[in-house]
Ligand binder design. Structure first.
Ligand SMILES: NC(=O)c1ccc[n+]([C@@H]2O[C@H](COP(=O)([O-])OP(=O)(O)OC[C@H]3O[C@@H](n4cnc5c(N)ncnc54)[C@H](OP(=O)(O)O)[C@@H]3O)[C@@H](O)[C@H]2O)c1
Length: 357
């Protein structure tokens, strides 16, 4: 086993190809995982856009993307004691570190950022979890970067599960992968009511995850805003999570936010119209970068990966629904086209790299 198949972005702004690369070797604190399932994310097509290319966030070209992975441990570094060959594991990949993307047959992971998969969860389901959950954990609970987090008390810390009891939260885009984890963590933090926007067909799903009110996302912003006071029981809403963050949802999110509290969390750069900000209100706007390998994300990331197996086993966190895309790595480009066109609703697309023809 010296070479393997991997998805490659050959040049800046190029198109993906499947190629043959060396199987990476684990460093002392790394684990090598045979990837059984890898989840697709919008960023996997966005990395070819000029605005992403210009950020220069990849180690060079070609690089291998892929931010969600689940598989079996095949090798552990000399200093790794918590994992052994044969363990079933889930992890967030990184396109920024050579060998750490999940769109390949074997991927490296830093051992503290790896979690075992409980028996009740399949590889495909496990691969829907890491990036969505990491993004929301960092957005809500990271204490080490106030520009990128609302800095809430983690639900797993002493008093954290009741810290926000009776407080309303508004989550735009509850059916996105990120939104589904935002609803679940909001519930675990005690927030109530949990108001979200989605297509009506997803209302039952989101209610089962913890939403108390699902508002039709196609209604005009003014109508949604007019309904919020009744839905929040008249309480000001000072925690808003925009899991879509397109210009229209950002404007709605900003208008819905009451000043002075933790604030508005965005998942894409701030595009709130300057006109709206002229209100001069003390509204805090944050944007998360949901990558656990960022230095400021490490501490809370380790706390999360230590606990995630238990959360999944107990059903505190439910993976998102998924669809397995055929042809392994060779199916990714077609899957990303579906994400890009908005054709995927309330589920994660997953590939199995070992099924690559
Ligand atoms: N900053 C970060 O670290 C970070 C991390 C992860 C993702 N992101 C970004 O976050 C966004 C969501 O990613 P994802 O993977 O969670 O998305 P996703 O699961 O692919 O999102 C699909 C869902 O978007 C919903 N949606 C689309 N437009 C909407 C609107 N105007 N209002 C409410 N819902 C809407 C649809 O809901 P319905 O089916 O109900 O219509 C659909 O189910 C993407 O832009 C992604 O790039 C950022």
């Amino acid at each position: 086993m010296s070479t393997q198949k991997a998805l490659l972005m050959p040049t800046p702004g190029g198109s993906y190809t499947v190629g043959e690369v060396a199987v990476p070797s684990p460093g002392p604190n790394d684990v090598l995982v045979k990837v059984q399932a890898a989840g697709l994310n919008p960023v996997d097509w966005k990395v070819a856009l000029p605005e992403y290319v210009s950020l220069g966030l990849v180690p060079g070209y070609p690089f291998t993307p892929g931010s969600d992975g689940a598989g079996v441990v095949v090798e552990v570094g000399a200093e790794v004691s918590k994992f052994k060959k044969g363990d079933r594991v889930l992890f967030q990949g990184s396109r920024m570190k050579s060998g750490f993307g999940t769109f390949q047959e074997h991927s490296l992971v830093r051992a503290p950022l790896l979690a075992k998969i409980p028996d009740n969860i399949s590889f495909d389901a496990a691969a829907t979890v890491p990036s969505g959950l990491v993004s929301v954990v960092l957005a809500l609970y990271n204490q080490h970067n106030e520009q990128e987090s609302l800095g809430l008390k983690p639900f797993w810390s002493e008093g954290g599960s009741t810290a926000y009891a009776g407080k309303p939260i508004f989550i735009l885009g509850g059916a996105t992968s990120v939104g589904q984890y935002a609803i679940q963590l909001a519930k675990l933090s005690g927030f109530s009511p949990i108001i979200t926007t989605a297509s009506p067909r997803n209302a039952a799903l989101l209610t089962a995850l913890g939403a108390t009110h699902v508002v039709d996302r196609t209604r005009p912003a003014d109508a949604i805003l007019a309904d919020l006071p009744a839905l929040s029981g008249g309480q000001p809403i000072d925690v808003v999570f925009d899991a879509v963050s397109d210009p229209s949802t950002q404007a709605l999110a900003y208008r819905a936010l009451a000043p002075g509290g933790p604030g508005l969390m965005l998942v894409l750069p701030d595009a709130i119209p300057a006109e709206l900000k002229k209100d001069g209100a003390q509204k805090h706007i944050r944007m998360v970068r949901g990558m656990v390998y960022l230095a400021h994300a490490h501490a809370v990331g380790v706390e999360m990966f230590e606990r995630v197996a238990g959360w999944l086993e107990q059903g505190l966190i439910k993976p998102t629904a998924f669809e397995v895309v055929p042809n392994g790595l060779a199916g990714i480009t077609a899957g990303l086209e579906r994400l890009k066109s908005g054709a995927v609703s309330a589920k994660k697309l997953v590939v199995r790299p070992q099924e690559t023809p």
